[in-house]
Write a protein that binds this ligand. Structure first.
Ligand SMILES: Cc1cc2nc3c(=O)[nH]c(=O)nc-3n(C[C@H](O)[C@H](O)[C@H](O)COP(=O)(O)OP(=O)(O)OC[C@H]3O[C@@H](n4cnc5c(N)ncnc54)[C@H](O)[C@@H]3O)c2cc1C
Ligand code: FES
Length: 258
């Protein structure tokens, strides 16, 4: 039984929590309310353990939405205490999640799109790719890869780069983009340096580009200002909240060096 506790906070049930490769896991959660509402690019704020340690929830992007089943999935990498705790959760256990949070990606039907992801940024772009009718994917990893088959089935063309050359081309994902100018819209998620490079490529070819950024978060719902990020409006810079105004922004608005 999956129950609602209060607005946007739900007790979901873990359907699966499995290792994809190295230190990367995928968790599928039964939570029909979130599955019904969620859009690509939104995230969950996950209470990884009952009690006060760790106190803060962990923000993790929604990777896939299975509306018919009432399931959503997240792909996460072990970084510290919170994500390590997540790996210990088992099928059938309850999980306290807030979501779907954030703005998500804007879709432009009929446009030729590219999704460009690096590392863990590959995961949130999957659901987006599933919603785009004309989409190529460029994905990059250090060494271990994941979700290649899903990308192959969802995209027109898939280009892969690994830093050690074990799969696809050796090097960075930004090295394998031949002509960004063939796309109307580019969506990118991953390390800031990678997104900065994608942003520059898009600017040079006048291609509209959206970035999904990661900031440290407290509340996840716009109340604490922990996630403030520098955003350009006209010629002036302002601070916006990554949790509610983002995490997706037009590339030109965001200071990726912040
Ligand atoms: C909107 C959003 C979406 C994200 N999506 C994913 C995803 O799909 N998959 C994934 O593996 N990771 C994702 N992250 C990063 C993920 O939140 C952190 O890796 C995670 O919080 C680390 O927690 P920890 O306790 O294991 O690490 P610790 O380093 O012990 O965490 C200490 C504190 O720092 C925060 N923190 C540490 N690294 C980050 C980070 N990169 N971004 C934000 N907060 C951080 C933690 O939340 C915690 O409050 C996302 C972050 C944001 C903001
Ligand atoms: S995390 Fe609290 S305002 Fe964004």
């Amino acid at each position: 039984m999956v129950g609602v506790e209060k607005n946007m906070r739900y007790i979901g049930k873990i359907v699966e929590n499995r290792k994809l490769c190295r230190d990367i896991f995928e968790m599928v959660i039964e939570c029909p309310e979130i599955a019904q509402e969620a859009k690509p690019g939104q995230f969950l704020h996950i209470r990884v353990k009952a009690g006060i340690d760790p106190l803060l929830r962990r923000p993790i992007s929604i990777s896939r939405i299975y509306r018919d089943l009432g399931h959503i999935s997240v792909v996460y990498q072990i970084i510290g205490k919170g994500t390590k705790e997540m790996t210990l959760l088992r099928k059938g256990e309850d999980i306290d999640v807030m979501g779907p949070l954030g703005n998500g990606f804007t879709l432009f039907p009929g446009k030729k799109c590219a999704v460009i992801g690096g590392g863990m940024g590959v995961a949130p772009l999957l659901e987006l790719a599933s919603k785009l009718s004309d989409c190529d994917a460029y994905i990059g990893f250090r060494c271990s890869t994941f979700k290649l088959d899903e990308y192959k089935s969802l995209c027109k063309e898939l280009f892969i780069a690994t830093e050690d050359g074990s799969t696809g081309s050796r090097g960075y994902v930004t090295d394998i983009i031949k002509d960004i100018g063939e796309y109307d819209i580019v969506y990118t998620c991953g390390p800031k340096l990678m997104m900065q490079k994608v942003k520059e490529l898009c600017e040079r070819s006048s291609v509209q580009c959206f970035v999904s950024i990661e900031e440290r978060m407290g509340c996840g719902i716009g109340a604490c200002l922990v996630c403030a990020c520098r955003i350009k409006e006209g010629d002036a810079w302002h601070y916006k909240k990554a949790c509610t105004d983002g995490p997706v922004f037009e590339a030109g608005e965001v200071d990726l060096y912040d």
